[in-house]
Design a binder for this molecule. Structure first.
Ligand code: NAD
Length: 249
């Protein structure tokens, strides 16, 4: 499905990003992972890893320059790297706030800035940004994280509008609760604050979802693949829920 296609996936070493790397690689794509952390398995010849902190504009510029030197074109970009902050406003340190916005929002912007010129030149490209169900709704102890994700949803719509004329589509996935290392870490933090057991918190979370379970990283990867593909050729600026029905309630 993605033979002769090149995709950059940020945060591809873990969770949703790693599931998307696997899906695209199996579908024949040439995959570049940009991540601070080295992936445990990128043995496939079609998967390449570049160490990159997306919150550092120079590192993003240099990584994407390296990719463009080796590839005539970048077809797809999945801006997925992100961090969570489980705290209300008062408990969020200035340093932590800056780190969330630098990674989630600025990291996305830096990648867009480096990739859009070449997509514009080739008059083709499909970009998927990673927001969250918190682009639509609020969750307790998530003010800063939620604000960063709502901003990304807006960025997707604005970028879609500006670049449609160049044949570039920009869409946004908005996952609900997905079982990844990030979710595990949030569960542990919630356990420490609430005193509840991790398994009872897990059950409570699942109970609140219409589909009565949390999602799998592969289920988000499938939607990213659809949005990149020609099957979604008339979609741009869409905010796509992948949340087991959480935000319809
Ligand atoms: P994860 O922690 O498993 O993976 C995140 C990846 O991003 C890691 O490989 C990490 O090293 C990388 N990363 C973090 N900061 C980085 C930086 N500065 N530069 C480069 N790489 C960096 O988390 P996940 O759950 O797979 O989350 C992926 C994305 O999905 C995030 O943007 C997250 O906010 C979003 N999301 C997750 C959920 C969920 O429930 N898991 C829900 C909605 C949205």
């Amino acid at each position: 499905m993605f033979q002769n296609k090149t995709i950059i996936i940020t945060g591809g070493a873990s969770g949703i990003g790693a599931a998307t790397v696997t899906l695209f690689s199996r579908a024949g794509a040439n995959v570049y992972i940009l991540d601070k952390k080295k992936p445990t398995d990128y043995s496939s010849l079609s998967i390449h890893y570049l160490e990159c902190d997306v919150s550092n504009a120079d590192q993003v510029k240099s990584a994407i320059y390296t990719i463009l030197q080796k590839n005539p074109k970048i077809d797809y970009l999945f801006c997925n790297a992100g961090i969570h902050l489980f705290a209300n406003i008062e408990d969020s340190s200035f340093e932590a706030i800056q780190k969330v916005f630098a990674t989630n929002l600025l990291g996305t912007i830096y990648c867009l800035q480096q990739v859009l010129p070449s997509m514009k030149q080739q008059r083709f490209g499909s970009i998927v940004l990673m927001a969250s169900d918190q682009a639509f709704i609020a969750k307790e102890q998530c003010a800063i994280y939620g604000a960063s994700k709502a901003a990304i949803a807006q960025l997707a719509k604005s970028t879609a509008l500006d670049y449609a004329q160049y044949g570039i589509r920009v869409n946004c996935v908005c996952p609900g609760t997905i079982d990844t290392p990030m979710y595990q870490a949030v569960l542990e933090q919630f356990q420490q604050k609430s005193g509840l057991s991790v398994s009872s918190i897990r059950d409570q979370v699942a109970e609140k979802l219409p589909l009565r379970r949390v999602g799998k990283p592969e289920e988000v990867a499938q939607v990213v693949s659809f949005l990149c593909s020609e099957a979604a050729s008339f979609m741009t600026g869409a905010l796509v829920n992948v949340d087991g029905g959480y935000t319809i309630q």
